[in-house]
Design a binder for this molecule. Structure first.
Ligand code: NAD
Length: 488
């Protein structure tokens, strides 16, 4: 498996068909080389309207199918994606930048999540209440919502979509997805593969284009009943205001600045590995990640040394090259943002202990590369502490104890995830209760499980993906009262 050789042209995927490119096109470039890898339609109101109407037309028949049949079709689609990983991974690496190994992991996870929801299909049930009054019972019906608009960013284009597609489709909704304007190619291929595997036309459609045009047209389309959004906090707020005009249902999975706390009695070697992995995976461009590290004073030197060594040993390079662990940042904009945050932080204080700049090497000069970076003790009110850092840079602070660490951790406007390393059960339990976020890992790398609900609080958004809880966000619960004959 290697790099894709020639650029691909892919039109929107509407009503079960890949359309030709329209006149307005957008170019997709490889973040490692800036080479052209594809062109897609820059959709406007017309394409979005057709896609939404195709989804609306497909809704009646799709929602009327048996649940097991929908599960079976989504399960087949999951299987087809797994079978196509050799084809899809180079495309994902070409448009996103991540190492091929990570593209394979991402696509495997997308397939797993769809398969997970296919398996849960038969568990999707409402409730029945006997004896509300004599001879009167109640039912709680779970009904699908209708057309769901699914908008996702570029950092994990396929898994973030699968998180929405799985529960939405199995519950009987139809979907119009809008991938990020810089990563539409893999999503368009995934849609085609899922339909080849038997998903009926119109059930899952993909439009491509810019957020301010295609994205807003989707959010404001009157036939879209729910918007499931993953992306930045400012865009989430914009979408919330747009959706408010028609009282649309919303799930917002937004930015994060997840803290990791390492206490004195932790397994330090494992904690340092989890910190490095949690910060540098996907070149630091993950919502759930280790974005701030707080270490108990007595073990701080040991942890810092281990993390700095690990950062220094990571192989930076093009995602298609063998052995590469850290690809480029996704775009010039992302690298500019990171460099600006580092500069504004270091102007205020802090010491660079690893990396800090662009890596040397002629072969890296055309891409948006940045060294894995560790910054010690930046001020607690500097950008690395208060903003989301979406790149390979980890700030580390020494803390007195658990209380000090939790205070620092919760001081962020974000509340997505957190992790704690300790062998003290009481400390772990206290941290899990007090950390103000949606997910806490105890002595575990920041791995997301399909079985558990995931979603943030505060500026990280609201609503849940994953778990059977996700079905609550793609169904309405309708009450029905049944009075037996002769009971008043
Ligand atoms: P972004 O908000 O700029 O874009 C995300 C998506 O929204 C893209 O498809 C974009 O085209 C679209 N969009 C942009 N403006 C829009 C508008 N006005 N109306 C409708 N759609 C619009 O996000 P980004 O910077 O590309 O992605 C990175 C962000 O995503 C980070 O903040 C990261 O933490 C967050 N994220 C969150 C999660 C989570 O589950 N909480 C997961 C991954 C990424």
């Amino acid at each position: 498996m290697s790099a894709i050789e020639t650029a691909v042209d892919l039109g929107p995927f509407i009503a079960g068909k890949a359309e030709p490119l329209s006149e307005a096109v957008q170019e997709i470039h490889d973040p490692a080389t800036q080479r052209l890898v594809g062109r897609v339609t820059a959709a406007g109101d017309e394409q979005v309207d057709r896609a939404v109407r195709a989804a609306e037309d497909a809704f009646v028949a799709w929602s009327a199918r048996g649940i097991a049949e929908r599960g079976e079709l989504v399960g087949r689609a999951a299987h087809a994606i797994r079978a196509a990983i050799d084809e899809l991974a180079p495309l994902l690496t070409a448009e996103q930048g991540k190492p091929l190994r990570e593209s394979r992991i991402e696509l495997g996870r997308a397939s797993e999540t769809l398969a997970h929801y296919a398996g849960l299909a038969k568990e999707l049930r409402g409730a029945f209440v006997l004896g509300l009054d004599p001879g009167v019972s109640g039912q709680v019906l779970r009904r699908p919502l209708g057309v769901v608009g699914a908008i996702v960013p570029w950092n994990f284009p396929t898994t973030l979509l699968a998180n929405k597609l799985g529960p939405a489709l199995v519950a009987g909704n139809t979907v119009v997805a809008k991938p990020a304007d810089t990563t539409p190619l893999t999503t368009l291929r995934v849609a085609a593969i899922m339909h080849e595997a038997g998903l009926p036309a119109g059930v899952f459609n993909v439009i491509t284009g810019r957020g301010a045009e295609a994205g807003e047209a989707l959010v404001t389309h009157p036939l879209v009943r729910k918007v499931a959004f993953t992306g930045s906090t400012p865009t989430g707020r914009r979408i919330m205001s747009l959706a408010a005009t028609e009282n649309k249902r919303l799930t917002l999975e937004l930015g994060g600045s997840d803290p990791m706390i390492i206490l004195q009695d932790a397994d330090l070697a494992k904690a340092a590995s989890a910190a490095s992995m949690g910060r540098f995976f996907n070149c630091g461009q993950a919502c759930l990640a280790v974005k701030r590290l707080y270490v108990a004073e007595p073990v701080a030197d040991e942890v810092i040394e281990a993390v700095v060594q690990k950062a220094g040993r990571l192989t930076v390079g093009r995602g298609t090259d063998k052995g590469v662990q850290l690809g480029p940042l996704h775009s010039e904009r992302q690298r500019d943002l990171l460099e600006d945050q580092l500069r504004r932080t270091l102007d205020r204080g802090g010491q660079v202990a690893a990396g800090g700049g662009r890596p040397p090497g002629e072969h890296l000069s055309d891409g948006w590369f940045h060294e894995p970076t560790v910054v010690l003790e930046p001020p607690h009110d500097s950008p690395m502490a208060t903003e989301e850092v979406f790149g390979p840079a980890l700030p580390i602070w020494r803390v007195r104890d658990l209380d000090d660490a939790i205070g620092r951790a919760n001081a962020s406007p974000f509340g997505l995830g957190s992790s704690v390393w300790t062998s003290d059960l009481d400390a772990a339990a206290e941290a899990a209760e007090r950390l103000d976020c949606g997910y806490t890992w105890i002595n575990s790398p920041t791995k997301v499980y399909d079985e558990l609900p995931f979603g943030g609080v505060k500026a990280s958004g609201f609503g849940k993906e994953h778990g059977s809880e996700a079905f609550d966000y793609y169904t309405d619960q309708k009450a029905v009262v049944i009075r037996r004959r002769g009971r008043g």
